[in-house]
Design a protein around this ligand. Structure first.
Ligand SMILES: Cc1cc2nc3c(=O)[nH]c(=O)nc-3n(C[C@H](O)[C@H](O)[C@H](O)COP(=O)(O)OP(=O)(O)OC[C@H]3O[C@@H](n4cnc5c(N)ncnc54)[C@H](O)[C@@H]3O)c2cc1C
Length: 161
C-alpha cells in the first residue's frame, strides 16, 4: 500500500469516476483485495455436495458469486426433492456437471471483464504494461461501440448466458 498514498487513491478515483470536483478527505482504512479465481471440481463426491463459494471463487467485477451460489442451491434443492419424493437419483448424480458448466461460463466472463476493466486502466492487476493495456483498451472500445459485443455483455451480466 506504500505505492498508494491518499493523494493517489483520490486522484485515481476522481479520474475513473470522471468527477473532477469529487470531495476528498483522509482515507481511514485500506485493504488489498486479492482477485482470486478458482474452481473445485467435481462439485460432489459420494454424499458430499459443494455449493456456492465452497466450490468456485469468482473475481468480484462480474458480481456473480451470489448468483452462482443461488443457482447451485436451486439445482441441489430440486435434486434432493426428487430423490426424497421418488427415489430418482439422476438430479443428484448430474449436480456437479450441471453446476460446473454454468460456473465455468461465468468464471470466464468475470475474468474477461476484470482483465478488461483493470487492464484498460493500466492497473498491474490486469497486466499493466503498455501492450497489454492497449489490447484491453481495444477490447473495451469494441464493447462500447459494437452492438453484438454489448449484447454478449448484457446477456452475461443479467445471468441469461
Ligand atoms: C465485498 C463483496 C461483495 C460482493 N458482491 C456481490 C455481488 O454484487 N453479486 C454477487 O452475486 N455476489 C457478490 N459477492 C459474492 C457473494 O457474497 C458470495 O459469492 C456468496 O455470499 C456466496 O454464498 P455462500 O452461501 O456460498 O457463502 P457465504 O455467503 O459466505 O455463507 C457461508 C456462511 O457459512 C457460515 N459459516 C462459515 N463457517 C461455518 C462453520 N464452521 N459453522 C457454521 N457456519 C459457518 C458463514 O458465517 C456464512 O454465513 C460479494 C462478495 C463480497 C465479499
Amino acid at each position: 500500500m506504500t505505492d498508494w498514498p491518499d493523494e493517489r487513491i483520490w486522484a485515481e478515483l476522481t479520474h475513473r469516476l470522471h468527477q473532477p470536483d469529487l470531495p476528498t478527505g483522509p482515507v481511514t482504512a485500506t485493504e488489498i483485495f486479492p482477485l482470486r479465481s478458482s474452481i473445485r471440481e467435481p462439485m460432489s463426491h459420494g454424499r458430499l455436495f459443494l455449493l456456492g463459494d465452497a466450490a468456485p471463487i469468482i473475481p468480484p467485477m462480474g458480481a456473480k458469486g451470489m448468483n452462482l451460489a443461488l443457482f447451485d442451491a436451486e439445482v441441489f434443492a430440486s435434486a434432493v426433492r426428487d430423490y426424497t419424493a421418488t427415489g430418482d437419483e439422476s438430479g443428484l448424480r448430474g449436480y456437479s456437471d450441471t453446476c460446473l458448466a454454468r460456473t465455468w461460463r461465468y468464471q470466464e466472463y468475470s475474468n474477461w471483464l476484470a482483465d478488461m476493466m483493470h487492464g484498460a486502466s493500466g492497473s498491474p492487476v490486469g497486466g499493466g504494461d503498455s501492450f497489454r493495456q492497449r489490447i484491453m483498451r481495444a477490447r473495451l472500445e469494441r464493447l462500447l461501440s459494437s452492438e453484438v459485443a454489448a449484447r454478449y455483455y448484457a446477456e452475461m451480466f443479467t445471468g441469461l448466458g
